[in-house]
Design a protein around this ligand. Sequence first.
Ligand code: GUN
Length: 294
Amino acid sequence: MTAPNTPNNVLSGRTLSAEIITNDLRPRVEALQAKGITPKLVVVLIGDHAASASYVRQKEKSAAKAGIVSEVWRYEETVTEAEILQVIEKINRDESIHGVIVQLPVPDHISVPAILKAIDPAKDVDGFTPDNVGKLFQGEECLACCTPQGIMHLVRASGVEVSGAHAVVVGRSNIVGKPVAGLLLNANATVTICHSRTRDLSHHTRQADILVVAVGRPNFVTAEHVREGAVVIDVGIHRTEAGKLTGDVDYDSVSPRAKCITPVPGGVGPMTVVSLIQNTIIAAERLAEGKASQ
Ligand code: GUN
């Protein structure tokens, strides 16, 4: 796809993710199934965080559409870190499981770094383990984080030439800001990372050909931050007091300036999910290749 995939300038993750499932992922799953392999994803879900439960349902739905198996392994809020580490060990050893994620956030008594270090990097379909993060920043083949990969799909679908473009990322989290900066750099963009301590934010954001906003604050980026003709990717999702979903970008003021802009909902969210399915398929393909060459 080379142009915004809906009329006007809306860059729809809903449309793009459905196309990727149909045109790329399903045929790859069918090819694996012909060799007797069905990719399988396990989601470890701890406690009853409402947003996590909703994300996990979306992951199950997309997995079914792509033809892969997904299981949600649920644990009480009181489960210990040692018990979760044992669960991960079991998953690491189980050859029928190709990918695992531990849905975040986890309760405070469980250490996220300890959990991530325990996951076999070959099954780390979130791309969160030190091994995969290190490879991403060395420009090596890896399982890359899902939201950043989803953003790269959207940026490519916008038709903008990434190589040589100036990409400005607002936000420096480990799961979005830093890895998306790495992927953009690997694609030869010039990358600026801004964050809460950046002085004169709009001076930087107005330079952006590609503006990625992941700050976790509703309607934070407004028209004054955006250059005419920029591709704007909004990673945020918030529910307003009126019950409406909104992003980190003030859509109504920014949209008229943008070459294209992702909506909320229906922008980055579905692309994160499709990237998780894609990573699970890659993990299964690699295992199949490894077995074939043994
Ligand atoms: N919680 C919010 N986003 C994510 C994600 O991409 N992966 C996991 N494991 N948890 C999340």
